[in-house]
Design a protein. Structure first.
Length: 183
């Protein structure tokens, strides 16, 4: 009789526990983004052979070695896809600040003393050439666009690429990209 009681308890208790446990995980597989639409540098960019891709803090960074005819860096649309193409401008910043407290790159000097100054050392026309006129196009009904740049480094150099507000504003956390280039 005690074995029959165990089976009855298992038959009754296990489904109840499963239902209770399932309610704890509601929404776990809901990946719907409901924030404002932004663009940002993607960690999924295609980087040519010889590249080393790393993420540092709250900004993206890549190292590319050698001459590369077209090093496309991927920019993501975070939010619903658009029925029209999205245009995003970008530029190479002369300098950026690394806020050590937040471990983020910023365009403005932080108000506190915990920061470092980083400068672009690559020379336009010598170490790199922008191939897309400083405009990234995310095609209609797509979530990704490419920034295209030709790399001809003469020495170890760094560029700080900054997304500008266009059809969509850039994400504050991922609007600056550090590109290290080496011969």
């Amino acid at each position: 009789m005690s074995q029959l009681k165990r089976y009855i308890i298992l038959i009754v208790v296990l489904p109840v526990l499963a239902l209770m446990n399932h309610s704890c995980f509601e929404g776990l597989n809901d990946f719907t983004y409901d924030g404002s639409t932004v663009v940002e540098f993607s960690h999924l960019s295609y980087i040519p052979d010889g590249a080393d891709w790393v993420s540092v803090g709250s900004y993206w960074s890549a190292t590319i070695t050698g001459n590369v005819d077209d090093a496309p860096l991927q920019v993501s649309l975070v939010g619903p896809q658009r029925t029209e193409p999205v245009e995003i401008g970008y530029y190479i910043a002369d300098q950026v600040y690394r806020d050590k407290e937040e471990n983020k790159l910023k365009l403005e000097q932080p108000a506190h003393d915990e920061w470092e100054l980083y400068e672009t050392t690559a020379v336009a026309g010598t170490d790199y050439n922008i191939l897309d006129g400083g405009i990234i196009i995310i095609p209609a009904k797509s979530s990704f666009g490419l920034l295209s740049i030709e790399l001809t480094p003469t020495a170890e150099r760094t560029l700080y690429i900054v997304l500008e507000a266009g059809d969509v504003a850039p994400s504050e956390n991922y609007k600056i990209f550090r590109l290290n280039i080496e011969p």
